[in-house]
Design a protein around this ligand. Structure first.
Ligand code: UVW
Length: 332
């Protein structure tokens, strides 16, 4: 059932954290991660098993369905194929300073090297959404003006602002796929409700505590690995899960899908696309992680029955960035 704007505004007023950690705060719910919490999370690394949750950063990713985003473009700027030609032509080629300088380096010398670069939207592949990623009514998290995000970057609530938090905490996997017995992934149009999150945690024997980072396994990435269809819709959290995240004092949430939440209009809010994004990022100050691959981690959790771990997921310090690539690591 589609909910109304009045429903949305009631929840927004309830979960809004503006001023909770001071008027200048740009960390939001990462404030729940205290030094004691980080130390507690470190103790969860008991066996030394490491699970990288980042997906490939390359041309085979899921982007392309939206024209404003494309997959990471990786290009070589110097490579081994250039070496012989550079020795022969480079030093004389004064009109190409790169070829000239690299060529000179290679003549009568053992030394060779390769260089490369990546061009990509910061919203491609495994990522964190910074708090300024979405907004409404001209306000970002904590009331900062939306026009403080400029063509020079975000003056407020950019991804560089969360650097002091690492980000490291206790991670908890909620495996909705396994709980539903859903096969590979959650079909669209049947979003995960707050009650279901509680039921999954109960069934897994895990208790959520303040400052946790919750990982929701929807199976979307596992499905994508089979089909390579990045446009295929899957399900995710119902927008009312924002209240669940608020009530449990969760520091951040990530999923293995495109948007964390279920984008199906039938279970959303009339007149507000991605209502959970608006509530989490703008009202609560709670970051979202997208396209985290939980395939191996979920299999291991099912095998040993341990759904908590140390999670280390530092974003890049992109100054003024609206998001960041990340290769999160779960350590058990
Ligand atoms: C939007 O689609 C705007 O955001 P995200 O990449 O966070 O899903």
């Amino acid at each position: 059932m589609t909910d109304s704007m009045a429903d949305f505004r009631r929840v927004a007023d309830d979960v809004r954290n503006w001023g909770r950690w001071g008027d200048a705060d740009e960390l939001g719910t990462l404030n729940f991660i205290t030094a004691a919490k980080v130390a507690e999370a470190t103790a969860l690394a008991r066996t030394g098993k490491v699970f990288p949750l980042g997906v490939d950063f390359g041309s085979g990713g899921p982007q392309g369905a939206f024209e404003f985003r494309h997959n990471p473009v990786h290009v070589m700027t110097v490579d081994g194929g250039d070496a012989q030609a550079l020795v022969k032509y480079g030093p004389q080629w004064l009109h190409n300073s790169v070829a000239h300088h690299v060529g000179k380096l290679f003549v009568d010398n053992l030394f060779r090297f390769n260089d490369d670069m990546v061009v990509m939207p910061l919203q491609a592949a495994s990522q964190w959404d910074a708090l300024c990623h979405v907004y409404y009514e001209d306000k970002l998290y904590n009331g900062f003006p939306a026009d403080s995000v400029t063509s020079f970057g975000a003056f407020h609530c950019g991804i560089d602002k969360v650097d002091s938090k690492g980000i490291a905490s206790r991670g908890v996997l909620l495996d909705v796929v396994r709980h539903r017995g859903a096969g590979v992934f959650l079909e669209p149009g049947n979003p995960v409700t707050p009650e279901e999150l509680d039921a999954v945690a109960r069934a897994q024997g895990v208790t959520l505590t303040r400052g946790d980072i919750v990982l929701v396994h929807t199976g979307w990435w596992t499905r994508f690995a089979q089909t390579r269809n990045g446009a295929e819709r899957g399900s995710g959290l119902h927008w009312r899960c924002a209240s669940w995240l608020h009530d449990n004092e969760i520091a951040a949430v990530a999923a293995d899908n495109m948007m964390v939440e279920d984008p199906h209009p039938a279970s959303g809010v009339s007149g507000a696309f991605l209502p959970m994004h608006l509530l989490c990022l703008r009202d609560m100050g709670l970051m979202l992680g997208e396209y985290w691959d939980m395939t191996a981690l979920s299999a291991d959790c099912a095998a040993d029955g341990v759904y908590e771990f140390q999670l280390v997921a530092p974003p890049l310090r992109v100054v003024g960035g609206v998001g960041s690539p990340v290769n999160p690591i779960a350590i058990k």
